[in-house]
Every structure is written in C-alpha cells, then in structure tokens.
Ligand binder design. Structure first.
Ligand SMILES: NC(=O)c1ccc[n+]([C@@H]2O[C@H](COP(=O)([O-])OP(=O)(O)OC[C@H]3O[C@@H](n4cnc5c(N)ncnc54)[C@H](O)[C@@H]3O)[C@@H](O)[C@H]2O)c1
Length: 274
C-alpha cells in the first residue's frame, strides 16, 4: 500500500511524541484517524487542531493494557469509521533501573502496557481486518531495546523483546494465511519525546510545541518525532518489516558474531551507523 489518501489509521499513544507525530503525518497523507490515549486532554487538543484542518478524527480515552476497554474502542472505530488500513500499536512507557530494583507490581505495569497493549490491539482489530481482505499494514512499536540489552533497561528490554517476538510471529502467521496485511516492527533510536525527557534530565511537562533545537543540542543521536514519522512512512512505502529510525548494522553484526562464536556478552553502548 503506498496510497493513503482517504484511508483509515488507528494510532495508540497518539497524544504525545511519536504517536502524535504519526497522527499529524497520517493526516497530511489525507487519512482519517482513530486516535487513542490515556491522556484525554492532550488527545482532544490534538484532535481540535486536526479537525480545524478538515481531518476526520475519532478520539477515545483508554488504557491499552485493558482488553475490554480496547475492544470498546475497536468496536466504536469499526462502526463509525470502518476497518483500519494502518494500525499503529504505539503506546508505551519506560522505567529505568537495575534489573533487581523493580517491584513485581512495577514489572506487571510495564509488561501490561508495553506488551499486552500491543496484544490487545491485535486481538481487537485483526479478525475484522482479515474478514475485510483489503491491503493493510500493522506497525508495532518496539525499540532498539527489541535487539539490545542495555544497562539499566531490564524491564523495557524484556517488554520490547517480547514485542519483537510477537511481531515476527504475527508476520509469519499472516503470511501463512496469505493475508494482505503487511507487518512492521518500529525500532526507534533516540527520539525527543516525553519518554526521553527523564533520560536526558529534561523537566517533565514541557509543551510538545516547545522548540526542540536547544534540547537536542549536544544530543547528536536524537531526532524529532516528526523525523521519526517521516522515516516510518518511507519504510511503509517500501514494505519493510524492520524499521530502524537509526540503523546500527555494524553493532548488530558484531553482536550476532559474538553469539555465533560463543563469546560472553560485554556491555558496550550502541553505536548508530554514520
Ligand atoms: N522516544 C524514544 O526515544 C523511543 C525510543 C524507542 C521506543 N520508543 C517507543 O515509542 C512509543 C511512543 O513513545 P514516545 O517516545 O512517543 O513517548 P511519549 O511519552 O511522548 O508518548 C507515549 C504516549 O502513550 C500514552 N500512554 C502511556 N501509557 C498508556 C496506556 N496505558 N494506554 C494508553 N496510552 C498510554 C501516553 O499518554 C503518551 O501520550 C513507545 O512505545 C516507546 O516505548 C520511544
């Protein structure tokens, strides 16, 4: 699918960061939007902006980890706007800390939002997408952490590696049925959003519209959410499964060679390809 005009995009975590940029990008492509987020205030503010530009937008406040709430969102979306052409299971959260420092409840929370949020999206929409038999594309948001086990990232890595596994199996399952549904795993590198503010020591609660140049100064690897959305759309048009906003092929080659040749993991920072 490379024509998006008039088609329908469903996006979770749409109120902020990458989801917000994807929403605006889909709108620019001429798409209709069904947007979901926990933060209804920010979601409504985005919807008002888009509607003022003539975009059709349905908003729904939900916690993606709640299967029943997700099903309600999907039923509403299917009856009002129809079956999605693009489904972005994007909502996610981050908690940093040593592997032994998170409580069972904190583990539960990360896994239920980052993993079950994706699963709930698949369960709620795929049966209807299969029935419809039209070309579609599902994008699950993983991370560089879907491949790399970084220091202080046990929870996030566990969740994002699970998302990778689910997404690869999903692609196989759909291919085995000859379904016209493409699948991608979005593995963003550093993108300047609320999620990264904590890592960069930026005060939380800044407005998304804040000029980002000064925040990105000294952070050469960071890109804006809008750049991330552009890279996603290039990958969708090329029907790529792996969407690396920041390719790191050399690192992956070295990591794979270490595994094949039986060398123990030694922590080193991810170097993105130049
Ligand atoms: N920013 C990065 O550098 C980066 C890197 C790798 C992966 N990611 C992933 O990208 C995705 C988007 O993150 P972002 O960087 O735009 O962060 P963000 O915090 O700016 O946006 C996340 C959005 O998800 C919403 N959300 C959180 N929990 C939710 C829930 N339970 N139900 C519904 N909505 C919920 C939040 O309200 C927020 O609007 C996440 O899956 C994140 O893990 C981000």
């Amino acid at each position: 699918m490379d024509q998006y005009d008039g088609k329908l995009a469903v996006i979770t975590g749409a109120a902020s960061g990458i989801g917000r940029a994807l929403s605006k990008r889909c709108a620019r492509e001429g798409m209709r939007l069904a947007l979901a987020d926990l933060n209804s205030e920010k979601l409504d503010s985005l919807a008002s902006q888009l509607e003022a530009e003539g975009v059709t937008v349905l908003t729904h406040s939900l916690d993606v980890s709640n299967a029943a709430e997700f099903k309600k969102f999907a039923d509403r979306c299917l009856s009002v706007l129809g079956v999605p052409d693009l489904l972005f299971n994007n909502a996610g959260i981050l908690r940093v800390g040593e592997a032994w420092s998170h409580s069972a409840d904190q583990w539960q929370k990360i896994m239920s939002v980052n993993v079950m949020g994706v699963v709930n999206g698949l369960n709620a929409f795929i049966p209807k997408m299969l029935e419809e038999e039209k070309p579609a594309h599902i994008v699950n948001t993983g991370s560089v952490g879907s491949l790399v086990a970084a220091t202080g990232m046990a929870q996030y890595t566990a969740a994002k590696m699970a998302v990778r596994g689910i997404t690869e199996c999903l692609a196989n399952d759909l291919a085995a049925k000859n379904a016209a549904i493409d699948v991608s795993l979005l593995c963003p590198g550093p993108v300047l959003t609320s999620i990264s503010d904590e890592l960069l020591g930026i005060e939380s609660g800044r407005e998304e519209q804040d000029p980002t140049e000064h925040l990105m100064a000294g952070q050469p690897d960071f890109i804006t959410p809008e750049e991330c959305a552009d890279r996603v759309f290039s990958a969708l048009r090329e029907r790529r499964f792996w969407i690396f906003t920041h390719p790191f092929n050399q690192y992956i080659n070295d990591m794979t060679r270490d595994i094949v040749e039986g060398r123990n993991p030694v922590y080193k920072e991810v170097q993105f390809d130049k």
